[in-house]
Design a protein around this ligand. Sequence first.
Ligand code: SF4
Length: 376
Amino acid sequence: MKFLDEYRNYSAVRQMAQAIQRVAKRPWTLMEVCGGQTYTIVKTGLQDLLPRGITLVHGPGCPVCVTPLEMIDRAIATALRPEVILCSFGDMLRVPGSTQSLLDAKASGADVRIVYSPLDALQLARANPNREVVFFAVGFETTAPANAMAVWQAEREKIPNFSMLVSHVLVPPAMEAILGSLDCRVQAFLAAGHVCMVMGYEEYVPISRKYRVPIVVTGFEPLDLLEGVLMAVEQLEDGRAEVANQYARAVRRSGNLPAQERIAEVFEVTPRAWRGIGEIPSSGLRLREAYRRFDAETRFAMDIDRVEESRECIAGLVLRGLRKPFECPAFGTRCTPDTPLGAPMVSSEGACAAYFHFGRRKEDGHSIVSTATAGH
Ligand code: SF4
């Protein structure tokens, strides 16, 4: 497949890994931001191709993983109202709240449905005028345009029974929170290519300068990721800290301006709590005043307290790159994809689930690029 197979080509991947071997003289720790990138790295064993001193740690870029516990509880409380049809993406249904998941609520009679787009939820609202249809809107800048579009469309059509439970998060403030923490070990970032497709990468320039870290906008295939690593390591070895674009086939510096305009029209920036990390200033989106009547939190007043995470789950450390999933005592025993204690064990983009599925129980793992994805 054009633009896919060539980025999984085994000999090209090998050559890129050898280029990193030649350039890397000192140990460096790099964080890939996005859960999709984590998935590729773990599935294909890219870490095993890197020099021993180059460590990849996994960032907070899994939307299911960072949606706070109390927001899951709020979604469940909303879903349990008899007039409500609550819609969300499939992974969100399995994430444990403080006492149950949306899937448990569905099993006990709540009308919870999986949709593939917020526009599907809008269609449900049109088709069910006597019910309240609530879309649970989670995710990063990548999903924000479609969610903004759905609210904008609902406003245009004056659809009264559609609302959104918004838990949107923004990547740059999370990167700053990680870089600003005393225990930060990240020396360079591989930024998420699809987020930058929407938002561009201008906003990373001040972060790179302030914290003296290279930030490389990177794609999702094995060759993309290794080239991103190479571009970051070259900067680190040269003592440079710049924003660079590995994913130039998809990302422009200014991003997708019409999508940004739609987001800005419907949403405004707000503080947001991240599961396992805590509140980060200016790191979320909420509906603007002009669209607030579509806000499910306003429509269905809910008194949900902030809830403590399981003491056993070290997801906050995993999401900040301070621990690997296999360093969690519950990994693979009390916490598995069938019995998740924390959100990173639920989504395919969650680091814990990826480590579990691909059998990575320690750092010096077993696999290199698998023949299934090597494209040879
Ligand atoms: S393995 Fe489970 S309990 Fe441990 S950090 Fe991951 S999600 Fe949390």
